[in-house]
Design a protein around this ligand. Sequence first.
Ligand SMILES: C[S@@+](CC[C@H](N)C(=O)[O-])C[C@H]1O[C@@H](n2cnc3c(N)ncnc32)[C@H](O)[C@@H]1O
Length: 369
Amino acid sequence: MGELRGTHVPVLLERCLELLAPALGRPGRTVHVDATLGLAGHAEAVLEAHPDTVLIGLDRDTEALAHARVRLARFADRIHLEHAVYDELPDVLDRLGYPAIDGVLFDLGVSSLQLDAPDRGFAYAQDAPLDMRMDQTRGVTAEEVVNTYSHPDLARVLRVYGEEKFAGRIASAIIRERERAPITSSARLAELVRESIPAPARRTGGHPAKRTFQALRIEVNRELAALETALPAALDKLTVGGRMVVLSYHSLEDRLTKQALADRVRSKGPVDLPVELPGSGPTFRLLSRGAELPGEAEVAANPRAASVRLRAAERLDPEEARQGRTDRERYRRRVKAMHQPGTGSPGSATGPGSAPGDGNGTDEEGEGT
Ligand SMILES: C[S@@+](CC[C@H](N)C(=O)[O-])C[C@H]1O[C@@H](n2cnc3c(N)ncnc32)[C@H](O)[C@@H]1O
């Protein structure tokens, strides 16, 4: 294991701990999954805060796992650190004999260990071989993507995963360059991207290669496909009262998270039925109001926190979910009655959108801070 390069300041640490505490601090042994263990900053804080919690930490990066193992050595009797992609979580839990979990954290994206490593090719600001694999034991590298994908495929990757306006131009420049000589270094690729976009665009929106590097990283690591599978799988494993917290760093991750949670917090039953039909009620409630952002002080102290978006949810007791529906219906009837001629004024009703116990999961709900 090499020397630790860079330090990782855990993002939104206090908020994550606050959100997970009601689930992990329950009496008896509780089980927490850190699906993106990284350098174990969040994991260490969870283990310190909850002496009866068992941690299952996953990471696809063997180097990160090695560092995490050293950092968490004093908790050795209550940790399981696993080399796995997070969509393998159900298999890992089966293998370890944990049918359900109480908390799960996804802190998405790359760690500072990966970003700062001069030899892994994630950073456009450093020259390195174009690798970008989080798991260096398998999979295709960014070099293979850049030198073998067709123009349409390259352009699609850059447009969809990088939200790059000049995807077509950059793809053309890559194809031209690789016909002369294979593109093997991150500095050459960054320069090529800079040269291929119009001069005025070079001066706005940060480094011109930022979006291309993000797109290649997502493609190489199949990040969105893994996340799309992993989020529902992790939600399924949570006990009643169990909580999930997700930290996303770009809009594609945040959108998948929002969709996965929205699917669980919405009632699928007919709107006007006073009770939930079996199996149609919400199974989770949101704990965050929309996507929570970091405070100015955190961004000033840790620039990597700048783009974070936090979303969180808690599994509902099915009985409470049914009760919430009944309360909601009672409330609607009361408001309707107040609006009937001769039944008095609407009084202090706050409107149907804010019905008590309404777990519909609009972006405005959640317990907030
Ligand atoms: C932002 S870092 C996590 C940092 C960590 N919370 C801490 O406090 O040190 C993200 C980590 O997740 C890992 N990772 C990213 N995608 C993954 C996936 N699909 N499966 C498993 N690990 C993944 C990366 O290798 C990286 O180490």
